[in-house]
Design a binder for this molecule. Structure first.
Ligand code: PXP
Length: 246
């Protein structure tokens, strides 16, 4: 099986910083630690309300990072201008609602086709690899392919919530949907990523899906870092991913 890449999402290092309006902890420092611990890329979500990552963070990451930057963003005019200015390795398009605590599900690639076609093309023309964050739903996969996006990231949020609720039936249903979607996406010629809500307890069944090439994980790793340090939390996640893949 191909090696599974790990993208470390550093948003919540910025959340802690912003809770006090202090200049620390620094997301760039976290990104450097993540790279040293074996992260294959860094993911950062620049939200419309700038609740965690700031414009200055994106400037710093784009300038200093030695591993690929995956910029998560909503498909707005403001974000397009920022992405085209920085030209990150990848952009992951996500839906965004101002009141939500975190991204609550995938983007409606099918319903927003006319808006997204020129949007994805502008990013692709600038050499940016576009990924669509979608629910594991065949219609959304086909729509992503039709938009010309080379990558889909499957939202694992519902699966992770079922694990937390200890609902074995729901876990089975969501895992089956993830497996089927990964296979369908690969058949459509899409590179498959996955993420949202992944922890040590739920990562292995997702990491074992052979078509998935990359996981993006953040909140749990930053939380676990309080107890074991960021480097150790990432190394343990890497170990579990490799074990699932073996
Ligand atoms: N992938 C996408 C598209 C996301 O929006 C997020 C959350 O920002 C993640 C992955 C990482 O999720 P988590 O922080 O729950 O690990």
């Amino acid at each position: 099986m191909s090696k599974l890449r790990l993208g470390v999402n550093i948003d919540h290092v910025a959340t802690i910083r912003n809770a006090r309006g202090a200049p620390y902890p620094d997301p760039l420092r976290a990104a450097r630690v993540a790279a040293a611990a074996g992260a294959d890329g860094i993911t950062a979500h620049l939200r419309e309300d700038r609740r965690h990552i700031s414009d200055a963070d994106i400037d710093n990451l784009a300038r200093e990072l030695t591993i690929p930057l995956n910029l998560e963003m909503a498909a707005t005019g403001e974000m397009l201008e920022i992405a085209l200015r920085h030209k990150p390795h990848a952009v992951c398009l996500v839906p965004e609602k101002r009141e939500e605590r975190t991204t609550e599900g995938g983007i409606d690639a099918a319903g927003q086709h006319n808006h997204l076609v020129p949007y994805v093309r502008r990013l692709a023309d600038a050499g940016i690899r576009v990924s669509m964050f979608v629910d594991p739903d065949e219609r959304q996969l086909e729509a992503s392919r039709d938009l010309g996006a080379p990558v889909v990231e499957l939202c694992t949020g519902a699966y992770c919530e079922a694990v937390i609720a200890n609902d074995a039936e729901a876990v089975k249903v969501h895992l089956q949907a993830a497996r089927k979607s990964a296979a369908v996406a690969a058949r459509l010629g899409l590179e498959v990523h996955a993420g949202h809500g992944l922890t040590y307890d739920n990562v292995k069944p997702i990491a074992a899906i052979p078509e998935i090439r990359e996981l993006n994980i953040g909140h749990f790793l930053v939380g676990e870092a309080i107890f074991v340090g960021l480097e150790n939390s990432i190394r343990e996640m890497r170990r579990l991913m490799d074990e699932a893949r073996a």
